[in-house]
Design a protein around this ligand. Structure first.
Ligand code: SAM
Length: 286
């Protein structure tokens, strides 16, 4: 079958169905078949894989996934795209399209039903307006996932992969690193999409750990400390945590904990690694 992903085919399909792009759904469709191949290669999709695609659009990437995977579920929020997907994917019997908001789908139930609970792979050109909630939902809910390969805004990919001390390092970097091993595999310019986004994009693979690599007694507290640290990132860690509304530690508690870790009381949160936030959290857990 002809590939959906080309500027000409995409425009023909959109015209034929009188489809209007919806900005509020973050609709920027990929029209470069090489980029699609790169994403699917990076996700290492094989015949025994069950893949969940978020936001199939008109099915350019879905088509590629159907060719390579055993089974695909594509979750699309925009009901106007469903008749288009029914047409572009009509030659494939290994795909199910669900018309739903991905944040409302019971993903554990879906993986159970479609793949007997065995780990799934997620592949997507994500809608940029909800990238972080989607990625955090996938990571935080202890879903059986082997890998997440997604196109995101370039800056967000850099934040996910950032190391301590860099300007991009923050709460998102730490959350992503707690659950997975991130690696940027491609940068994608705006001219690979219709309509062109205003920002550059990047493809990032998150190799999801079976269980977090860093052990911490109270993960919830650690993430509260992390959020407090980066809410006021120019302040010292002691001040950020002591002034945070949701936490009740005194400056002395935090200074004592830092000193037992051989860290200065003037240190800022952006200098601490994930392991150090975990150690600090354990010292403040009673
Ligand atoms: N995969 C297509 C491609 O690469 O050409 C489209 C990608 S486009 C950046 C994002 C897609 O996600 C759109 O089709 C949009 O309608 C869909 N979308 C937006 N919000 C969504 C949500 N909450 N749940 C599921 N799909 C969503």
């Amino acid at each position: 079958m002809d590939r959906v992903a080309s500027a000409g085919n995409t425009i023909d399909i959109i015209k034929k169905h009188d489809f209007s792009f919806r900005k509020r759904f973050g609709q920027n469709f990929l029209i470069d078949a090489h980029v699609l191949d790169k994403i699917v290669d990076a996700a290492d999709i094989k015949k025994d894989d069950y893949v969940i695609e978020i936001g199939p659009g008109i099915g350019s990437m879905t088509q590629c996934l159907c060719e390579r995977a055993g089974k695909v579920t594509a979750v699309e929020i925009d009901r106007d795209l469903i008749p288009i997907l029914n047409e572009t994917l009509k030659d494939y019997d290994n795909v199910t399209v669900i018309n739903e908001d991905i944040l409302k789908v019971d993903l554990a139930g879906l993986i159970n039903k479609e793949n007997g609970g065995k780990p799934a792979k997620v592949v997507a050109n994500l809608p940029y307006y909800i990238t972080t909630p989607i990625v955090m939902t996938l990571l935080e809910n202890h879903l059986p996932l082997k890998g997440i390969t997604v196109m995101v805004q370039k800056e967000v990919a850099q934040r996910m992969q950032a190391e301590p001390g860099s300007k991009d390092y923050g709460a998102l970097s730490l959350a992503v690193k707690y659950y997975s091993d991130p690696r940027i595999v491609a940068n994608v310019p705006p001219n690979c999409f219709i309509p062109r986004p205003k920002v550059g994009s990047a493809v990032i693979c998150l190799d999801v750990y079976d269980s977090p690599v860093v052990k911490v007694k109270d993960g919830e507290l650690m993430f509260k400390l992390i959020r407090a640290a980066f809410n006021q990132r120019r302040k010292t860690l002691v001040n950020s945590i002591a002034n945070s509304g949701g936490l009740t530690f005194s400056k002395q508690d935090i200074t004592d904990a830092l000193s037992s870790m051989n860290l200065p009381e003037t240190i800022r949160g952006e200098a601490l690694s994930l392991e150090e936030f975990a150690a600090l959290s354990d010292l403040l857990t009673f």
